[in-house]
Every structure is written in C-alpha cells, then in structure tokens.
Design a protein around this ligand. Structure first.
Ligand SMILES: [Fe+2]
Length: 313
C-alpha cells in the first residue's frame, strides 16, 4: 500500500488526488507473491475510487438518468456496471457462488456499443437509484477486498487463477473510466457541478506548429500477444495475425484544433469522400458538423472540457 493511501475500517479508502492517478500496469509473472497481492489490492481500490469521482461530477440524481448520448445508456448504468462485472465474472469462474443483488447484477450487466444501434428504448429499462447503486458498490468493494486478501496466489498469475479475474475486473473498470468520462463530457452543463479533481485542465495553449506528413515504409506486420502472461490480456489480444502494410504517410504532430478547424471550415463534415463507410453513417446519424466537444456560440467554436466551456485552446 502506498504511504498516502489510508484504509478505514469499512475498507473504503481515502486517497490523495495525485495518488489516484499514479498507477502502472501490474507485472503478473515476477516478484514476491504477498507483495503482488498488496499491489493488486492497491490497484483495485485506486481504480474503484477514481471511477467513483467521475460520478461526483453529476449535479443531482436526475443527471444520472439524462441521456448524454442517444446511442448510450444513461450514466446510472455505467455507475453500477463496473461493480456488477466483478461479481458476475467471479460467479462465472466459480470462485464465488453468492449474489449481492441478483436484480442489479442482471440489469446492469450488458452495455451497448455506440456503433451498433442496440436496444435503446428507455422504456425497456427500470433503472435503480444512485443511492442504491452506491450502497451496492460499497458491498462489492468489501467483497473484492476480502477476496484479494484471502485468495490463493502463485506467480505467474495465470488465466485460470482467481487474481486473473480480479485483474479483468480492474482493467474493465479502467476502460469504462475513459468511456464514462466521455459521457459526462457530453452532458449539458446544468447537469454538472465543479469537482476538485476533474476541474484541473491543461493551462498551456498557443499557436500550433506547422504540421507535416512523414513517409513510413510498409512491410510485414504481426499482431498478437503470444502466450506471455506478463501482463493481463483480453481474449482477443491472443493468437497471431500477419498482414502486409503498404507505404504510408503519418502526420509529424498530433492534429491540433487549429489545424482541424481548416477541415471543419471547408465543410469536411458534409463531404462523404473524406469518411469511411462506418464513419459516414455516424456523421449522418449524429448530424455532426464538428467534433463532439466543439460547441458553437454565435458563429464561433468554443471548447467543452469535462466540466466547463472555455475559449478554444
Ligand atoms: Fe463493460
């Protein structure tokens, strides 16, 4: 446990803001088993806590049910989903045979893919209250904490091991940390409140450097994680895929707002030839004219951060 993380009797954890963000990918095949257990326990609590800070940005209970994005569930789903995942996977793997709340574990189990136009008729869902989900999350935190402290551990941690399931739950939550942050960023500002952690944004801005396209030589490319279990891997990372890539060009710098604005001004969002087939379907469905986080105010674009709208950096 890192020194600035403090455990309380109920297993909730108080972490300093800077400490919340500092993590590194856990090495699963080296080290002392008991130190590894502690490292995973710390990684779990940090991730679980960091994820909860996202939902503290929501102004009131109603904000949890607002549809930030018409192709996604409301945030109440994502609030509970990452906790439910731990319990469902531990049950599937037969490491536990208990349910904390069978209804939640079914309602909040399966999400939707933004590109797949799934069942999003909200009348088909009966969402729980934020208070109920928080109480559920607290119980899951306690269960997983006990599980990590008491399960068997031998290194390397393999796909059949109890801590592999825990690693899956943590990495799953970290994926949703990103996707849920994106949904918070799409909520109207009147559903958002300031937050000490998420209000901190990059302060430096200026004229972007002249960009350039640099040649990259093609060649044979092999994808796949092989059989190494040094780090956690998702099922679709294993195996091996070989392909040939032709010569191509890549931009020297990341594309700046300034540079992309030329594309927007030039009606790039109305010209199908610049888009892939799937991309064009998305543009048409969303009726997009600019990036999602560019907000038009009397003919001028401003920039939506997580919690405010600021002059375009
Ligand atoms: Fe998920």
């Amino acid at each position: 446990m890192s020194p600035d993380a403090v455990h309380h009797q109920d297993n909730s954890i108080i972490l300093s803001d800077s400490n919340l963000l500092k993590t590194h990918t856990i090495i699963l095949d080296q080290g002392d088993p008991e130190e590894k257990r502690q490292e995973i326990l710390d990684y779990f609590h940090k991730t679980f806590s960091l994820y909860e800070t996202l939902f503290e940005c929501l102004k009131d209970d109603n904000a949890f049910y607002a549809r930030a994005n018409s192709l996604r569930h409301p945030l109440i789903f994502y609030y509970g989903h990452t906790a439910v995942f731990f319990i469902n996977k531990l049950n599937v793997a037969k490491f536990i045979d208990t349910r904390i709340d069978a209804t939640l574990e079914s309602t909040l189990a399966i999400g939707v893919d933004e590109m797949s136009w799934d069942d999003l008729n909200e009348n088909n869902y009966d969402w729980p209250t934020p208070k109920k989900v928080k109480a559920y999350r607290d119980k899951v935190r306690t269960l997983v904490d006990h599980f990590i402290r008491s399960c068997e551990i031998t290194l390397p941690i393999k796909q059949t091991d109890p801590l592999w399931v825990i690693m899956m739950g943590i990495e799953h939550e970290r994926i949703h940390l990103e996707t849920s942050a994106v949904l918070v960023r799409e909520l109207p500002l009147d559903k958002i409140r300031p937050h000490r952690f998420w209000s901190k944004i990059c302060q430096s801005s200026g004229i972007a450097p002249e960009n350039d396209l640099l040649p990259v030589s093609g060649g044979k490319l092999t994808l796949g994680k092989g059989q190494s279990n040094q780090h956690f891997g998702w099922d679709n990372e294993y195996g091996s895929y070989e392909t040939r890539v032709e010569d191509f060009k890549a931009s020297k710098y990341l594309v700046s707002n300034q540079e992309y604005f030329d594309f927007v001004k030039d009606n790039g969002y109305a010209r199908e030839n610049f888009w892939t087939e799937e991309g064009w379907k998305w543009v048409s469905y969303r009726k997009a004219e600019a990036p999602v986080y560019w907000v038009k105010h009397s003919g001028e674009y401003k920039y939506r951060t997580m919690l405010e709208v600021i002059p375009m950096p």
